[in-house]
Design a protein around this ligand. Sequence first.
Ligand SMILES: *Cc1c(COP(=O)(O)O)cnc(C)c1O
Length: 485
Amino acid sequence: MDLIYEKCNHRQAFSIPKGQVSSVSFPKELQRHKPAELPEVSELDVVRHFTHLSRRNMGIDTNFYPLGSCTMKYNPKIADVVSSFPGFTQLPPQLLYSEVYHDCIQGALELVYHLEQLLSEISGMHAVSLQPMAGAHGELTGVLMISAYHRKKGNTQKKIILIPDSAHGTNPASAAIAGFHVQEIPSNSQGTLDINRFREAMSDEVAGIMLTCPNTHGLFEKDIQEIADLAHRHDALLYYDGANLNAIIGQCRPGDLGFDVMHFNLHKTFATPHGMGGPGSGPVGVNECLRDFLPGPKVVKKADGTFSLECPENSIGKSAPFLGHFLVAVRAYVYILMQGNEGLKEVSRKAVLNANYVLSRLRSSFPPAYDRLCMHECVLTAMPYHDYEVRALDFAKALLDRGFHAPTVYFPLTVKEALMIEPTETETKETLDQFCDTLLELAEMAKQNPEELRKAPITTPVQRLDEVRAAKELNVVRPVNTSTA
Ligand SMILES: *Cc1c(COP(=O)(O)O)cnc(C)c1O
């Protein structure tokens, strides 16, 4: 739809409130000589335009979304309702920084304080800061704290961060941005960290180790105790990438496993819908040894029970403006209180059960990368269809035509033709069965009629894209030239 009309047609879909100021005189050179070419459309045109756009969007409210490593689950709408209360949305962030107004925002400060306590309890960490705006931002904040810790202790030789080859790409990126040298540790044949290679790599030059647990193969790092002991013997700190926290929530705690610092992805584990760039939130949690290095200011509770802000003694400074994404924090707060202890335990139980159900239904056609029970996601491979020239990407595209969002493909990098499926705890058995039935049908089609699969998707607004170009030259109006269609 072309929203710009050549000349005024007096259609409008807005009303501007009566101004408080009667008139303002602009200098002549700033005045307009021709009317501005603004869109002139009726209310119905506007409603149709945006409704149409929203229907082109595949989201968790419309389709099953098994995008592995992302935890795209249904997020209870009550969290959105509460976070849109005017008392929260109309809170000017500047108030937070003005001591004078602290009386007026005690409720908001208390919410932040209490949520940080709840996250501490859930994770076994001693203190939490809500500041970082996303998981990757939490990682950077965490490794900057590791760096500050070693600097303070005069550990000048500590320049290396060890990271397994199965890690999310943000881990090495965060460590490198914080000035560390990254050393990769390979996985073993079981899909977990190769403990022998880890032992060899461990030295007094190692500042820290970043681990995801369960890792991105969907497997629990069973040697975690030994890894933690060995790291601590060399005064290296253990970082927990919390993206997969919903696999273990309520069952075990990163703090008890020996981790010193971690991030949470509130938009993965705690009820903020995500995708398409945010908003997210990646609070950091730390053990006693890093408490003083947390980003500041932090909410503190004073002796008289009121709340104010203070900066930790050796704080690395601010990692984000104000106290982070406050409304995302509100959603997480609502979600945690709503679930309670038992509810949170149920989350991990069901997430793991659902992933194993999908694994067992699909394993005959899509072999698991590591043949064992998984945690909250399963990593399968489309290698059996290599000879028919059908790839993981073709299955992903064909699923779109059949009303499912695609699983993650080609990640983790350690698995050839990977299909990484995370069903989450919020899906019914019926939905999981429809998804598995569809993938099994597609597996048959790959052998009988591979041409058909390679044409997919045919029902979406745009067909096969040149994905590399599309990511670099974003054009939401016209599809980028297609490579196959
Ligand atoms: C999503 C994810 C991250 C990064 O988190 P963002 O919130 O997207 O920045 C890091 N590690 C893993 C394993 C992830 O799945």
